[in-house]
Design a protein around this ligand. Structure first.
Ligand code: MF3
Ligand code: CO
Length: 291
């Protein structure tokens, strides 16, 4: 339920402006969409300009970490080495690694190779080899705000199939970003990603998706890439979330490693790739905050 404030009251968004000059018209619009049956966001996930500035400062660290990984990653190193780099750069820049201790996770980054869909756990024993594709998923906490993005890296000489998958998944994220428009739904956006993946002969993972983010690592909404147009939450200015489809070269089915409780793999052993960006919805589209 959207509860309107008194016209001259300070706006609920924390801008310091009067409600009538700030989110009053926004609330009217939201009420109209709610009446039409749309799934609308709660106020606590709408970010203020101050919040966006905070997220951007966190993202500076997150992106520097991924840049560093990109400059140093090569065949022969272990995924633990990547974890060590992530910890080192994050600490040097004054941030904290959000994955460490999250829900009992014991490392500071996720490293997902080939058929690993996501949440691969770094290990001394896991050595990168020529032809591997790997997703490195970095998440940073800095002065009250979270940032989150992931990139794929090609190790040495990669098969055409693997390269094509990695490039197309990147393209699918770009398609998602182009389709973030306020007052349309997450299903409108996500379905475009699914459509593209299918046209490439791939399948999108269903049970794991993107998420709201900002003051918490994972906030509402859940961001699916297999829902239909018109479904899921309405996108509105100030909403901040990730687009991070996991796309399999084969079937969409995945399973979680029983021993570690985290590592997700494709059931059919096919390759899987993922790129992740974090964005804020604006008045006419979106702005990327972390990539
Ligand atoms: N970084 C992942 C995401 O994109 C979350 C990883 S949770 C962890 O949402 F505990 F495995 F780090
Ligand atoms: Co994420």
């Amino acid at each position: 339920m959207v509860k309107k404030l008194e016209r001259n009251a300070p706006c609920w968004c924390g801008s310091g402006r009067k409600y009538k000059q700030c989110h009053s018209a926004f609330d009217d619009k939201l009420i109209m969409y709610a009446d039409k049956g749309f799934f609308i966001p709660d106020r606590d996930i709408i970010k203020s300009e101050k919040d966006i500035e905070g997220i951007k400062r966190s993202a500076v660290i997150n992106m520097a970490v991924l840049d560093y990984v990109g400059e140093h990653i090569e065949a022969g190193i272990s995924t633990q080495q990547i974890d060590d780099w992530v910890v080192k750069i994050t600490k040097e820049m004054g941030g904290h690694c959000a994955p460490l201790g999250y829900d009992g996770y014991t490392k500071s980054v996720c490293t997902s190779i080939n058929d690993v869909v996501c949440h691969g756990i770094p290990s001394e024993k896991e050595i990168l080899k020529d032809g591997d594709i790997i997703n490195v998923d970095v998440s940073t906490y800095f002065e009250g705000y979270y940032s989150d993005s992931s990139r794929m890296y090609l190790i040495g000489n990669v098969s055409d199939e693997a390269r094509r998958l990695v490039e197309n998944v990147k393209k699918s994220v770009e398609i998602g970003v182009e389709n973030v428009k306020p007052w349309t739904t997450l299903g409108d956006m996500g379905s475009k990603i699914n459509e593209f993946a299918i046209s490439c002969g791939y399948e999108v993972v269903r049970s794991i998706g993107g998420h709201g983010i900002g003051k918490e690592f994972h906030e509402d909404p859940f961001v699916s890439y297999v829902s239909n147009p018109g479904e899921e939450m309405l996108m509105v200015p100030g909403m901040c979330f990730t687009i991070e489809p996991m796309i399999n070269a084969g079937k969409h089915d995945i399973y979680i490693d029983e021993e570690d409780g985290w590592t997700a793999r494709t059931k059919d052993g096919s390759l899987s790739a993922q790129w992740e960006v974090q964005l804020v919805v604006t008045e006419d589209g979106c702005e990327l905050l972390c990539w």
